[in-house]
Design a protein around this ligand. Structure first.
Ligand SMILES: [Zn+2]
Length: 548
């Protein structure tokens, strides 16, 4: 779950399994194989420079950033040259796919000039300028989240957007919650201006729609990923929200109380979720799932420090590959800023480690050593992390549990906001000239029982809405996939709420090892043995109704 917001002995087991399954594989053509070796070096130099930029270390293997940047430039040139000389005709289907994937990443993922991904790409104030390109306007609005969102003024102090949302779950006095909620106003007004047609957000949407002309929006591509139409996606989102509407109890709340109403489990468990306990709880849980994070060599960078990225993420340092006939494992790193404890943040850390074990499990040729699309990748990380809201998990790892209905309400009231944002984006991208405040008010009052405030642009608290319009579907629809994969795993392996020693090897073998070798739609069909369905999520949501 993203409230706001990515082995040796064990590896040997599933490596053996995965090699067995591929005995008949034809080796890649020599030209493609040569390009892939260079491509692997390029990807590794990229990983090293990003890690240096993150502040985890200043040099790697004796070389500093400048030296690695020249490696990167050199490798990029060599890869581009090699790829340009290979023609897809006459290649095996797998080689053709490898060529296609490498060309795509070279274009979208490995820029000619290396840029620091965490540096803001513009200034918030620029968003008021007319006639900006889509990228400049989105960049300026992203900057509003760093400049204003990370500096909300509350009770004479500055708080970040992420901590403010956490505080809204825990603060006992309603008056203070209301004040903190209104502290977001400068951000809302920067994103939505005077709520008229000249609002930066409303100028951004037509640009996004015309840029998507021909190949579809992010919503269309998420729908394709799971093999359904975008109309069907929208229908599912409504169905999910409507199920919540029926079981939620129906009492209307002010928006500043929505987070508090959902946060009871977080409050009940706050004494047993101090931030210092996070690493050991996380390690123990993954060990019980059959993944020893220490042996896997995951690198952690979890202390808050100035200038650190405003959100938690997981990334490659170097990717696994064969070196002289032996598999050299992937190395991943997790960056987060845990200044406080709490169940929500613990869940986030477990989610990031879900990304880490996913990356470690990928075991394919260099061209395919990537996570694939965001929808699957985010949904999978929640497969282990949703257990933090299960009473059995809490009893085992925290020593105390919140009641089931209360705990699942905590999880799903966040998930429902993600689903609401996904539906909001579906509707806004259909009708870019619609008033976003009205669209948001309609969805949140009808389905989430939140009191109408069409005068406020309070939908503008997720940076993805302006940075990559349409992206929220990856979270909203992602919850469908998460629930479906969890259900299928339980049917195949038995319960895994409090660990299951087969979980990691089985999941690696059936779901994770393929990287970009398979399309997600094919992978899911193979894994589930049937099309993806929202039924598992609908069943889970019904658990928030207290037992009669
Ligand atoms: Zn994630």
């Amino acid at each position: 779950m993203n409230v706001l917001h990515r082995t040796t002995c064990l590896l040997a087991v599933f490596l053996a399994l995965s090699l067995l399954g591929r005995a008949a594989e034809i080796p890649p053509s020599a030209a493609v194989a040569e390009a892939e070796t260079l491509y692997a070096d390029l990807a590794d130099s990229y990983g090293v420079i990003s890690t240096i930029d993150s502040g985890l270390f200043a040099t790697y293997q004796g070389k500093d950033r400048a030296a690695w940047e020249s490696v990167y430039g050199e490798k990029r040139k060599q890869v581009a040259e090699k790829l340009s000389k290979i023609s897809a005709s006459g290649l095996s289907p797998l080689d053709a796919r490898a060529l296609d994937v490498m060309n795509r990443h070279l274009r979208d993922g490995f820029p000619e000039q290396f840029t620091d991904e965490n540096a803001p790409p513009g200034h918030c104030q620029d968003a008021t300028h007319q006639g900006l390109s889509m990228a400049s306007l989105a960049g300026a609005l992203y900057a509003c989240f760093t400049e204003l969102g990370n500096n909300l003024e509350f009770e004479g102090k500055r708080v970040t957007r992420v901590s403010a949302l956490g505080m809204l779950e825990e603060m006992r006095e309603e008056e203070r919650r209301k004040k903190l909620f209104y502290a977001f106003e400068p951000l809302w007004n920067a994103v939505d201006g005077k709520h008229d047609a000249a609002s930066p957000y409303r100028r951004l949407l037509p640009l996004v729609v015309s840029a998507a002309d021909g190949h579809g929006t992010k919503i269309d591509s998420a729908a394709r990923t799971i093999g359904v139409s975008s109309q069907e996606v929208e229908h599912w989102l409504v169905q999910i929200l409507d199920t919540w509407r029926q079981v939620d109890g129906g009492e209307m709340v002010e928006p500043w109380n929505y987070f508090y109403r959902g946060g009871e489990a977080t409050r009940l468990l706050s004494a047993v979720t101090p931030k210092d306990s996070f690493p050991s709880v996380n390690q123990r849980y993954y060990r019980d799932l059959g993944a020893d994070l220490e042996q896997l060599g995951v690198l952690y960078d979890l202390d808050a420090r100035p200038g650190k990225a405003p959100l938690a993420y997981t990334d490659y340092l170097t990717r696994g590959r064969f070196v002289e006939g032996k598999w050299r494992p992937t190395v991943v790193r997790i960056s987060g800023s845990y200044a406080t404890g709490g169940l929500g943040l613990l869940n986030e850390l477990v989610h990031e480690n879900g990304h880490a074990v996913h990356m470690m499990a990928i075991h394919v040729r260099p061209a395919f050593m990537d996570l694939g699309d965001a929808l699957f990748d985010e949904a999978f990380a929640d497969v282990p992390s949703w257990n933090t809201y299960e009473p059995a998990w809490q009893r085992k790892y925290l020593g105390r549990a919140a009641p089931e209905a209360v705990s699942l309400r905590d999880l799903f009231s966040s998930v429902m906001l993600d689903v609401a944002w996904a539906l909001f984006e579906c509707r806004m991208l259909h009708s870019p000239s619609a008033d976003p405040n009205l669209v948001w008010t309609e969805i949140t009052s009808r389905y989430l029982h939140i009191v109408r405030h069409p005068e406020l642009s309070w939908w503008a608290i997720r940076v993805q809405l302006v940075q990559m319009p349409g992206y929220m579907v990856n979270y909203g629809l992602g919850s469908v996939l998460t629930a479906d994969m969890r259900q299928h795993t339980r049917e195949a392996l038995g319960p895994f709420e409090t660990g299951n020693p087969q979980w990691y090897s089985w999941t690696s073998e059936h779901l994770l090892r393929f990287g970009e070798e398979l399309d997600t739609s094919a992978l899911l069909k193979q894994f589930l043995g049937r099309p993806v369905s929202p039924q598992a999520l609908l069943d889970q949501i019904r658990r928030i109704a207290p037992q009669q």
